[in-house]
Design a protein around this ligand. Structure first.
Ligand code: SF4
Length: 292
């Protein structure tokens, strides 16, 4: 029996995969917009307990080929901890192809290039990374704890090791005042790195976190749905990556669901956004059906 400590978050793409809770909470746990792990103290779980959980999971799902390491930033774990864990996963799930985890810029920059390569060679070959914004003023106001240049360094270091990147940008996180800079600088990060999957989310701040959020971001003015669609359109217009990016805005928080490959589908995505702007509210997912 696996005793997950809830709430347990995983990216939408991991919905059908094995989840192994290697840590509890997030090692940083300080982004002002994020409430995911506010009630959980960060903790590295005992590796022998994880080995026992892997035994159970592998007896239930012997053919599993994808596994997600929870919680908020399992990439914070030391390489000396991760390697035996990954090796045990490989022995227990002979068909395993992909192990993934949420990772922050801090987690990545704390590891050497050789460590990243070693993790990749042991199947930790995909990270989920929240860019949130590429603008330094916005990053500071949301207390992300890193700068845009650190984000670029971390992403480039990751892709150099072979590890793939699934990244997110949060629409609306700059508010009205910083909307243009937020989008322009977020596109710059995508264009300066080698991201494989890109998604947009829509900012959603829980009631209990609003005081703290506004304490750091006093001039924040939320965007209306139509302004969010303009941000989405401007972001796609500015994307000129050197590689192929699979783009999705299918997270439950989004006002409009889009999917395509950039640059191939860029003009179709822009047409869909133009159409939504033309039609207005009727084209958006009703707000009662959205969640963060
Ligand atoms: S956004 Fe990510 S890094 Fe920031 S507190 Fe939430 S889980 Fe931690």
């Amino acid at each position: 029996m696996i005793n997950y400590l809830f709430p347990l978050y995983r990216p939408p793409a991991e919905a059908d995969n094995i989840i192994l809770q290697a840590t509890y909470g997030c090692s940083y746990n300080n982004c002002s917009f994020c409430s995911m792990y506010k009630d959980k103290k960060y903790q590295v779980r005992d590796i022998n307990t994880l080995f026992k959980e892997i035994d159970i999971l592998s007896s239930l799902y012997p053919n599993a080929h994808k596994l997600f390491l929870a919680d908020g930033d399992a990439f914070s774990l030391d390489t000396e901890y991760l390697i035996p864990l990954l090796q045990y996963i490989k022995e227990s799930f002979p068909k395993i192809k992909r192990v993934s985890a949420y990772a922050s810029a801090q987690n990545i920059l704390n590891k050497s290039q050789a460590e990243l390569r070693l993790l990749y060679e042991n199947n930790l070959n995909l990270i989920y990374f929240g860019i949130e914004s590429g603008n330094d003023k916005v990053l500071k106001k949301i207390t992300k704890g890193v700068s845009s240049s650190q984000i670029i360094d971390a992403l480039n270091k990751t892709s150099s090791s072979g590890i793939k990147i699934s990244a997110t940008v949060i629409l609306g996180i700059g508010g009205e005042k910083y909307s243009n800079e937020h989008i322009k600088d977020s596109a710059k990060i995508v264009n300066a790195t080698t991201i494989n999957y890109l998604s947009t989310l829509l900012l959603g701040i829980e009631e209990g976190d609003k005081d703290n959020f506004y304490k750091h971001f006093a001039d924040f003015i939320p965007l209306r749905d139509s302004q969010i669609i303009v941000e989405q359109k401007n972001l796609i217009e500015l994307l000129n990556p050197t590689n192929k990016i699979i783009f999705r805005s299918n997270h439950a928080s989004n006002a409009l669901h889009l999917s395509g490959v950039i640059p191939k589908d860029k003009s179709r995505l822009l047409s869909e956004l133009e159409f939504a702007l033309h039609v207005g509210e009727a084209a958006f997912v009703p707000s009662i059906f959205r969640g963060f």
